[in-house]
Design a protein around this ligand. Structure first.
Ligand SMILES: Nc1ncnc2c1ncn2[C@@H]1O[C@H](COP(=O)(O)OS(=O)(=O)O)[C@@H](OP(=O)(O)O)[C@H]1O
Length: 895
């Protein structure tokens, strides 16, 4: 057999030569014989399969792609533009401001039917999206308090149910009308669907008549209505209006003026033959001095959201007016990255330029912002590679920003150098191809490393690209979009990014998820349209593939911009990212400081956060102070418990990390996490942290809750007077120059005309002792059952008893008998840790200092000073069902 095989090779060569020469002669009997003897069925099947795979590959990459893309390009949808107003110039929008409203707060009161009602929720969400402050009250027997001293608390009162408003009891109604008149506060009301269909029914107490449960179509706005500001009149929203339960208004008084109209669905004809019915009506307040805007339906109809914002603006005399400026930046990410067959051709680039030119006519300064990953340059079909070249050829028409060179997620790199090297490759490419490198903007693939923060990314960005701005959808969470915020970290401004409904895989309008109508609805008054209305600065992320194929992105943006132009008076503009970031934080300076959340609480965040990071040992117990109440003793006692593990010590502040209350917070979460490494605690242990300055830190409860929402909070209280005195002795012995120069009495009695350093010291000394005030702040974030208020005087005298209660509160196992661990040390005058035998280990000299007793006059002064705060604390503890400590009873006694 072996001989057969070997000998068979030669005829194959001969076979080829033979066949050529003797093609018409005998058809290679030896060759066929050889083939027949060598090819079995298995080989034959394998060969056919291989051939098929090769054919499919060839067909897909070289035949289908160009052909299908030709078919797609044939079906490029035209942007929606059925608007007669597009050609006309934008007019000046009304200014609702007046001097009348200096006596009210720019806040609205929303009176809802129930805590769960749909429209009430929609109203609240729209207010949140526009950062309008509000308070929600469920309609009830009495009205909430409307004034503080001589100031009105609310600028507009919104009734989710018009009938609840009209049917208020006489007393409340008179009270409300009086408030509205006195402070020129307006009312918004919504007619909610009732079971009964009313025809010409009078709204109780008003010369206004209503038809209910109607189906309507073809909405228009009254160009003369003074309410309109964001909304622009002149166009008709053709077609059926959503919902079967519309209310329309008819009035026979000049106090009423329609804001919007529609016609009945079963009404045909045109122009004058159609009788428009008022769906939104304004009451000028000519009869009773109260201005109102009443809606015949809720927010299912997109235009009502716009009119609602206008109503707030009008009724608040401009106090609640939104700016008319809307900034739009469209990022095109993944330049060069797309799959073969989905990338841009030369004609797509031409279309991109043409669309950009069209958009520039409506959005001043508009340029597409291109983010490139150069590793994939020229990775397409030959036609697509020419598309890459066309982009580069027209590079100066666009703005550019760097994406990751290889589109890798930065959180996967634990090494800054590696990140820098890859960023350098992209930069090198940019320099070689004349791509501008000075935008100071970058975007990370899949938001990776931006939030939760991956420090090496920020470091490399700053170093290689001088990045000062980025954008993400992830801070603080992806959803809901209206809660997205910006922040700044390590000099990089992170802007919230909005979505426009287009993603990497969204290639064709006809295959749009949920159908083309879904995208069109989003554009025509729906989500995308509302996004632009609700956000002064919009950064939209799109991908290269959205601009090839049927150029879905061009359709989307041109359409929405035209729709905005048609129906609103907003002034659209664009600017480079750095300018937008400056604008953003000018508008929202309160957002500059970040609020760190726990990356492990959100699976999306966990996925874009380094695997080497660990949040499993973050503290679950915080001892928050205040200072000089025995917090160090408590920390030491807790650390003796086998179920508890304290953080690693800080080189500068020892056991206290002082993260939540000072500049350490701005160092970022990694800084804090480093004190809680995975090795810190075994799995059954609970980590804890103690920083005595947390208690009275203004921002601490909010920050602590954002990161540690389930933590237990321990507060230690002693007499605030004694605390203040101990604190004075403490900073004096630390050499504080002001404390050294003044007596305790001078400091605590300093009045407001005293020198600033003295006043500052007085505040630092006295303010932490206003216990009830600080406790309320903690209670605003944490629920009462998470808070444990511990008596510091008792901790000093009977530490074992206190630790007993605390162990129960913390549900610690095993339960430890602290009588065995602590012993009174007569020399120190305090309880100390028992070491070997009879020996003890006490706290250092700085705890349990020896100093003269407080002067009588100071004690008297402080007792008086703290009385209101102590009274409030006592009430608060009773309200919470907690024991009132003996020291507090003593302070409140008359003795
Ligand atoms: N067991 C034990 N040992 C030593 N000291 C004890 C102890 N228990 C309570 N105290 C009291 O704790 C006071 C210091 O409070 P803090 O530890 O909270 O001070 S600090 O804010 O951390 O600096 C300290 O205040 P001064 O007496 O003014 O020094 C002590 O009175």
């Amino acid at each position: 057999m072996a001989g057969d095989g070997r000998g068979a090779r030669t005829p194959l060569l001969e076979c080829g030569g033979y066949a050529q020469v003797h093609a018409y002669k005998t058809p290679a009997p030896r060759c066929c014989f050889w083939l027949a003897s060598h090819i079995n069925v298995r080989k034959c099947v394998a060969g056919v399969m291989l051939l098929s795979v090769l054919t499919i590959f060839f067909y897909t990459y070289y035949v289908t792609v160009p052909l299908t893309s030709l078919v797609w390009r044939d079906r490029v949808p035209r942007p929606l533009s059925q608007c007669s107003l597009l050609a006309s110039q934008q007019q000046h929008a009304r200014d609702h401001t007046s001097d009348a409203r200096l006596r009210i707060d720019a806040k609205v009161l929303v009176i809802v039917e129930s805590a769960y009602s749909r429209l009430g929720r929609d109203i609240a969400e729209l207010l949140v999206a526009n950062r309008i402050r509000y308070k929600v009250e469920v309609a009830g027997k009495s009205l909430p308090i409307l004034t503080t001293l001589d100031k009105g608390r609310y600028g507009v009162i919104i009734f989710e149910s018009l009938s609840k408003y009209a049917n208020m009891d006489k007393w409340n109604r008179e009270l409300l009308d009086k408030y509205c008149r006195e402070y020129s506060v307006g009312v918004v009301g919504f007619a909610t669907p009732g079971e009964e269909s009313l025809v010409g029914a009078q709204l109780k107490g008003f010369p206004l008549f209503m038809h209910t449960n109607l189906r309507l179509k073809d909405a228009t706005l009254n160009p003369a209505s003074p309410v309109l500001r964001l909304s622009r009149a002149g166009e008709t929203a053709w077609g059926d209006l959503p919902g079967d339960h519309w209310t329309v208004f008819r009035a026979n008084s000049s106090t009423y003026e329609p804001v919007a109209w529609a016609v009945r669905q079963n009404e045909y004809g045109s122009g004058e033959n159609r009788s428009p019915l008022a769906t939104v009506i304004q009451d000028h307040g000519r009869l009773d001095g109260v201005q109102r805007v009443l809606f015949g339906s809720g927010f299912q109809f997109w235009l009502h959201r716009l009119l609602f914002l206008d109503a707030l603006s009008y009724l608040s005399h401009g106090q609640l007016s939104l700016s008319l400026e809307r900034w739009i930046l469209v990022d095109i990410d993944d330049i060069f990255v797309g799959e073969r067959g989905t990338r841009l051709h030369e004609e797509d680039v031409s279309a991109l330029l043409a669309s950009q030119a069209a958009l520039q006519r409506l959005v001043s300064g508009f340029r597409f912002n291109l983010g490139f990953s150069a590793k994939y340059y020229h990775h397409g079909t030959p036609l697509e590679n020419r598309g890459d070249d066309a982009l580069l050829k027209n590079r100066e028409h666009f703005t550019w920003f760097c994406h990751m060179w290889n589109h890798q997620q930065p959180h996967l790199y634990n090494n800054v150098t590696q990140l820098e090297t890859e960023m350098m490759l992209n930069k090198q490419f940019a320099i070689e191809h004349g791509i501008p490198t000075n935008s100071c903007y970058s975007v990370s693939p899949h938001h990776s490393g931006v939030y939760p923060v991956h420090e090496p990314l920020y470091e490399a960005w700053r170093k290689v690209w001088d990045v000062k701005v980025t954008s993400t959808e992830e801070y603080p969470h992806l959803r809901p979009a209206r809660l997205r915020r910006g922040f700044r970290h390590r000099g990089v401004m992170v802007l919230p990014r909005q979505t426009c409904g287009l993603f990497t895989h969204t290639l064709l309008l006809e295959r749009y998820p949920g159908g083309r109508q879904r995208l069109d609805r989003s554009i025509q008054g729906g989500e995308l349209f509302q996004t632009v209305i609700n956000n002064p600065i919009n950064i939209f992320m799109t991908h290269m593939s959205n601009y090839g194929n049927d150029r879905l992105a061009l359709y989307t943006f041109e359409s929405v911009v035209k729709f905005l132009r048609c129906w609103t008076n907003v002034r659209l503009a664009s600017a480079p990212p750095l300018a937008l970031a400056d604008k953003y934080f000018q508008l929202r300076p309160d957002e500059l400081n970040p609020l760190w959340g726990n990356p492990c609480d959100d699976i999306r965040h966990r996925r874009i956060w380094s695997k080497s990071k660990w949040c499993g040992s973050l503290p679950r117990v915080l001892v928050v102070g205040p200072q000089k109440t025995g917090s160090t003793a408590l920390h030491t006692f807790l650390a003796l418990h086998p179920a508890l593990a304290p953080n690693l010590p800080s080189p500068t502040t020892y056991e206290e990390l002082q993260f939540f209350n000072n500049h350490n917070y701005l160092k970022g979460l990694d800084w804090y996490l480093n004190f809680f490494p995975a090795s810190l605690s075994n799995l059954s242990q609970i980590s804890f942290e103690k920083s005595a300055t947390y208690f009275d830190g203004e921002l601490v409860p909010r920050r602590a809750h954002a990161l540690l929402p389930t933590a237990k909070i321990i507060i230690i209280l002693i007499s605030p007077s004694k605390r203040a005195y101990s604190w004075y002795q403490h900073i004096r012995s630390h050499g504080d120059p002001v404390a050294k120069n003044y007596t305790f009495h001078t400091i605590i009695t300093a009045n407001d005309s005293a020198p600033k350093p003295l006043k500052d010291l007085r505040n630092r000394c006295l303010n932490p002792g206003k216990y009830s005030h600080h406790l309320e702040r903690w209670l605003a974030e944490y629920s009462a059952h998470q808070l444990h208020v511990l008596d510091g005087t008792q901790l000093r005298a009977e530490p074992a008893a206190v630790m007993n209660t605390l162990q129960k509160f913390l549900k610690l196992t095993p339960h430890i008998d602290y009588n065995k661990l602590l012993k009174y040390d007569p020399k120190k005058g305090f309880f100390c840790q028992v070491t070997s035998g009879e020996k003890t280990k006490c706290l250092g000299k700085s705890k349990g200092r020896i100093y003269p007793p407080m002067e009588e006059r100071s004690a008297k002064f402080l007792k008086r000073y703290y009385t209101p705060h102590n009274t409030a604390l006592s009430k608060l503890l009773v309200r919470l069902g907690r024991p009132v400590p003996q020291w507090l009873k003593d302070e409140l006694s008359n003795g």
